[in-house]
Design a protein around this ligand. Sequence first.
Ligand code: ATP
Length: 308
Amino acid sequence: MNVIETSGLGKRYGSTWALRECSLAIPAGHVAALVGPNGAGKTTLLNLAVGLAAPSAGRVTVLGGWPAGSAGALDGIAFVAQDTPLYKNLSAADLLHLTRNLCRRFDQDYAKARLGELGIPLKRKAGRLSGGQQAQLALTLALARRPRLLVLDEPVAMLDPIARHDFMAVVLTAAVDDGVSVVLSSHVLAELERVADYLVVLSRGRVQVSGEVDDLLASHRVLTGPAAEADRYTARPVVHVRRGAAQAHMLVRATADDPVPPGWEAHPVGLEELALAYLREPGAAALPGPARDPALSSGTGEPSGVTR
Ligand code: ATP
């Protein structure tokens, strides 16, 4: 089952396409990271998936085929928007009460126990809680709805490293212990390396690469060798070249079994390095290779735009 599936999805504001020809399928059972620079279309994609915005083109379904925003979809999704919006004048207890009244399913015992563990006083107004506590409160309200899909838009952007770590630990517990699928957008690539097992890179409103992290890491290598010879490498598709005075580092679509040219060394790639390479080369989405399922490709046929 796919928790989010889009086909030719687009959203236009006036003459600006916030998201274009987005086709992807995020399977259930993952912590999926949505990565992209400012303005890439991450919030737009998440808002479309949770039914807060309507598509200008294409379609989006969630939780195995429910149209985004339908009753069946809303029942299974919890969403925490950017900047963890809470009614700042309401206490944590009031927010629990309000959310319970708005939701068909709300696990009050879980919510109270979690806030107790976190040391968040029920009587304190949300606006008087620290940024980390506000984020934890919003996450608790979301998880107490017992969703099958938790969608988080930039959940840790405003948090210090400890609050960020604590927040992501709760997300991981929900994913591992309760089987909640998670889709989260973030700029904090180093954090994602620890938690995400599925990656979607979005740039300029389009999907650049998507897939299970293990598959992506196994199908990419970093080749290090003489900078002067980088241009001559054609054996496998090159995603990105980083040049030094003497040496070049090339991220290529290749497995550990692919031959390495004489004078070059091959190394495994990390998630952060892989995501950065695709962010630096938005045209790499059009490269041949296994990084995107061709059935899901937008088929724009645009040139790769890879610089060497
Ligand atoms: P960030 O990382 O900065 O949050 P993002 O990847 O979430 O960015 P979006 O917020 O989805 O990007 O915006 C994508 C593009 O659409 C941007 O160019 C943005 O200016 C534009 N956009 C988004 N919402 C609107 C809107 N309501 N009206 C007009 N343009 C919009």
